[in-house]
Design a protein around this ligand. Sequence first.
Ligand code: URA
Length: 236
Amino acid sequence: MRLDKFVADAAQLTRSVARALISRGRVTVNGQVCKKADLALQTGDAVCADGKSLVCEEYVYIMVNKPAGVVSASADGRDKTVVDLLNGAFPRRQLFPAGRLDKASTGFVLLTDDGAFAHDILAPKRHVPKTYHVVLDTPVTPAMAEAFAAGVTLADGQRMQPARLIPDETDPFAATVVLRQGVYHQIKRMFGVLGAGVNGLHRTAIGGLSLDESLAPGAWRLLTPAEKTRLQTGGE
Ligand code: URA
């Protein structure tokens, strides 16, 4: 696709306004200013206007490495949100987090404007696994792993589905937890009834897609189509 058509479609501008932006040097392709309106874009080219990414797709899917202290919401009167981390990069999109992490938790949050996709990966029946690295205030025990495998009953009587707890081989206080459901504060509450407190909780994967370790806390990037597909895998 030509650059001027791409900019017009992605930024919802007329073709002549898009050409004016390009000729004024306000558009970059792969980080370089490009003033050629007829440039033929290649798949994977990253186009920005005034420093903001332009995407022509119907929906966007964004991996964020959530830092502690940021809330999993689109907007919040008090705290910084995961959508604020994008610094207005997608001004016309109604982005929201597909699944929440607590304010103190860190790691992989998916942002999208595709409600059907978010519903699909969150739906309890789909059983898309979410993987966490957990650090406890007490050593992980075999009894904890057995209780997770059997299904922990929370303090309010709710019975959780079986979950995996894999002790860390190097740190006796740490473990990997894999959940296939998403109940409010689920991991903290599951460990709570087993007498352990959670000092650190970091989501490392959703479905078959791991958090990109090159993303610093607070950083984000768009998913590739293959990565989007991997998000939906891992269930049975
Ligand atoms: N379980 C929790 O307790 N907190 C999270 O952020 C995610 C899962």
